[in-house]
Design a protein around this ligand. Structure first.
Ligand SMILES: [Zn+2]
Length: 471
């Protein structure tokens, strides 16, 4: 037998068990592949890139609104040149970045948790450590299992100060990350925020006030199967591990939520697309699990869905350009978050709606806001394209501080007595409160978070009412 063939067979035999066992996905390398930043002249340029690349790195799907980043093979550059598509190469060798990232993961090096990216088992064990170290603050929770039967776990974090008025539970703020598998930095930022909350509760008055008032629920790995694929076979996998006609194709979980689902302007109906929305809203166990948990919470007040990259804070709606109710409140909070990040780390983030990214249909923040009324935001973390998804480990803690500043600013900016979200607490809010109060509704006037509207909520509302202003 020819020697080259023998080597090929041996390599195949070595590769087979891992891919067959994990996901039926072949290991993939990205040697000499580039990421180009394109300024499309029109829809024809976008169509050409979708055809030659098929892997858009900026988080949203197609549209001709502005710049977009695509991964392409070296040979594709000639196609772009011939078509006259305007582009610059922002990453010259994707595999080189991945190799450097792997080298930085040296398991024999003595390092702290936030000095490296962490796999599923390590994240799970870290959550156990938090719960063991801060037993009166942290409770691990299990939300359900993924399509390949991995546990989607999280944890509840609040101070031992009891909820208002004897309620069983404080109002909840929900932070999840990693719906998109290759966006590793989100996992670390989620855990960094929680860790800083715990470590600074006794020394930081703002953090103490937040933890005394609210309960925070963290779900660092919303897509554990996809995450596993990015650690074992394909670093740039984005979707979950849904098998279609015998092949792992995956559904884009952040196109699978029920508000604004199914629009071709912000998702794809083709299972080979990286923004495939699935066969129906909530067709995937991972989105069902997060939805069911959110619906089980008596009073959800705010949520952040962490993604990368682009350094953006995005308000609803993501699926349409129509402005959301309460846009004034979103603007106040979103701008405060951007300012807080700049003050803490110097990083420059931008706040806005779909006009600064792209339309994305069937996303988590649109569902959270549209269904529960909670402030629902997306944060696109670092960087702005120098490394894209393969963010160096030296950026983990600085990114964590971006997220921490944004989280504190968001929750500190909640103005819950401003029921009509016009940024003033006034008579109109009192009327709205009274109508919910009179019938003991469990919706907007439930300030204590116990699922009913009663005297406790009246006291809380009156406290906010007397201030006549939002933070
Ligand atoms: Zn994403």
């Amino acid at each position: 037998m020819h020697r080259a063939l023998l080597i090929a067979l041996a390599a195949g035999a070595l590769a087979l068990p891992a891919s067959a066992q994990e996901s039926h996905l072949a290991a993939e390398r990205y040697d000499n592949q580039k990421v180009v930043r394109v300024t499309p002249r029109g829809i024809a340029d976008i169509q050409l890139l979708e055809r030659v690349s098929g892997d858009r790195w900026t988080c949203g799907p197609g549209g001709a609104a502005g710049e977009a980043d695509y991964r392409v093979r070296e040979a594709d550059l000639r196609t772009l040149d011939q078509a006259g598509v305007p582009y610059t190469v922002i990453i010259s060798d994707v595999q080189k970045l991945i190799d450097e990232e792997r080298a930085g993961q040296d398991p024999f090096h003595d390092r702290a948790f936030f000095d490296a990216y962490q796999n599923y088992a390590s994240v799970s064990s870290y959550v156990n450590t938090l719960a063991a170290t801060y037993p009166s603050f942290v409770t691990r929770i299990s939300l359900g299992n993924s399509i390949q039967n991995r546990e989607i776990f999280g944890f509840r974090l609040t101070s031992p100060v009891p909820p208002l008025g004897g309620s069983p539970r404080k109002p909840v703020v929900f932070f999840n990350s990693e719906q998109h598998a290759r966006e590793w930095i989100g996992v670390m930022v989620d855990l960094y925020i929680a860790t800083q909350f715990l470590e600074t509760y006794n020394t930081n008055a703002a953090v103490k006030s937040l933890l005394d008032t609210y309960e925070f629920v963290f779900v660092p790995l919303s897509n554990p199967d996809g995450y596993n694929i990015t650690w074992t076979t394909q670093r740039l996998w984005r979707k979950n591990a849904r098998t279609i006609n015998g092949t792992v194709r995956g559904v884009d979980l952040n196109r699978n939520w029920g508000v604004g689902w199914g629009l071709d302007s912000g998702s794809s109906g083709s299972s080979t697309s990286d923004t495939y929305r699935g066969s129906a809203p909530f067709s995937e166990p991972e989105t069902q699990i997060l939805r069911n948990y959110a619906l089980s919470v008596p009073k959800l007040v705010a949520s952040i869905d962490f993604h990368s990259y682009s350094q953006l804070v995005l308000r609803p709606w993501t699926y349409q350009y129509t402005l959301p109710p309460g846009k004034a409140a979103f603007d106040r909070i979103g701008n405060a978050m951007v300012d807080a990040i700049a003050a803490k780390t110097g990083a420059s983030y931008e706040y806005g709606g779909p006009d600064i990214l792209y339309l994305a249909s069937g996303t988590a923040p649109d569902w959270f806001f549209g269904t529960t009324g909670a402030i629902g935001l997306t944060i696109e973390l670092r960087d702005t394209g120098l490394n894209g998804f393969i963010l160096p480990t030296s950026q983990i803690i600085p990114s964590g501080n971006d997220g921490l500043a944004a989280a504190i600013a968001m929750v500190s900016g909640l103005c819950r007595a401003d029921l009509n979200r016009d940024n003033f607490v006034d008579d109109a809010d009192f009327v709205q409160f009274a109508s919910a109060y009179d019938v003991f509704l469990t919706n907007s006037a439930d300030f204590s978070g116990d699922g009913v509207t009663d005297d406790t909520d009246f006291v809380y509302f009156a406290d906010g009412y007397n201030q006549f202003a939002c933070p």
